[in-house]
Design a protein around this ligand. Sequence first.
Ligand SMILES: Nc1nc2c(ncn2[C@@H]2O[C@H](COP(=O)(O)OP(=O)(O)O)[C@@H](O)[C@H]2O)c(=O)[nH]1
Ligand SMILES: [Mg+2]
Length: 225
Amino acid sequence: MTNSIAIVIPAHQEGDRITSVLEAIPKAVSGTSRVVVIVVDDGSTDGTSRAASQTGAIVLRHPVNLGAGAALRTGTEAALLLGADIVVHMDADGQHLPEDLPRLIAPLFAGADAATGIRAFGRPMPWLFIIGNRFLSWMTRVLFSLENPDTQCAYRAFWARCWPALRWDSRDYAFASEMLVRGQRSSVRWAIVPIRTVYLDRYKGTGLGDGVRIARKLVRWRILG
Ligand SMILES: Nc1nc2c(ncn2[C@@H]2O[C@H](COP(=O)(O)OP(=O)(O)O)[C@@H](O)[C@H]2O)c(=O)[nH]1
Ligand SMILES: [Mg+2]
């Protein structure tokens, strides 16, 4: 057992929630030899970095806010420099459950290159999300023949060797789609794992504008390659 796993967590203004997320991450994960947690504080002004450091996580900091895609790229590159064999992406706001981690990575040991979570589309997911997510997944299928019912889910895991095939340029939330499209072009085999998602009373995540931007980018990637 020599696989080391790095859990990369982008965080923007998550000072209230990040401590409980980090404390719930298991110290050991079956099938892996070492668990490293890397938080990328994306220019927060609320003590996110301090809270994350106190749990013993490695904390990287963008001095200014660059976006979730940029934060995850910084963290993923750091994970690879630290020698991770498996990279996991998990949100800092508590929407992804650390308990689902063993199920998420299980397909990697069964031959998959990567594994992505899919959420249940129904209550309590807000209706605008259900429509937006379904639309983007439908567009992705039509434009790229890529079957993934929840292209925007940000809980995922992949072998480090897949990084050159997945490496995205988008600094914003479009990185999730970009990673899938790039991976598809390099025949990366994704496993799909149903995960639970927690919905929070105070919502501050992706919105309609992000959805429109992602849709425009999907068309551009299809036309320009
Ligand atoms: N909103 C936002 N989140 C960011 C940013 N950079 C990193 N993140 C983190 O990316 C993760 C997903 O963002 P979130 O706003 O919850 O979007 P959601 O995926 O639609 O729920 C969270 O852990 C955020 O803290 C940023 O610039 N804006
Ligand atoms: Mg969120």
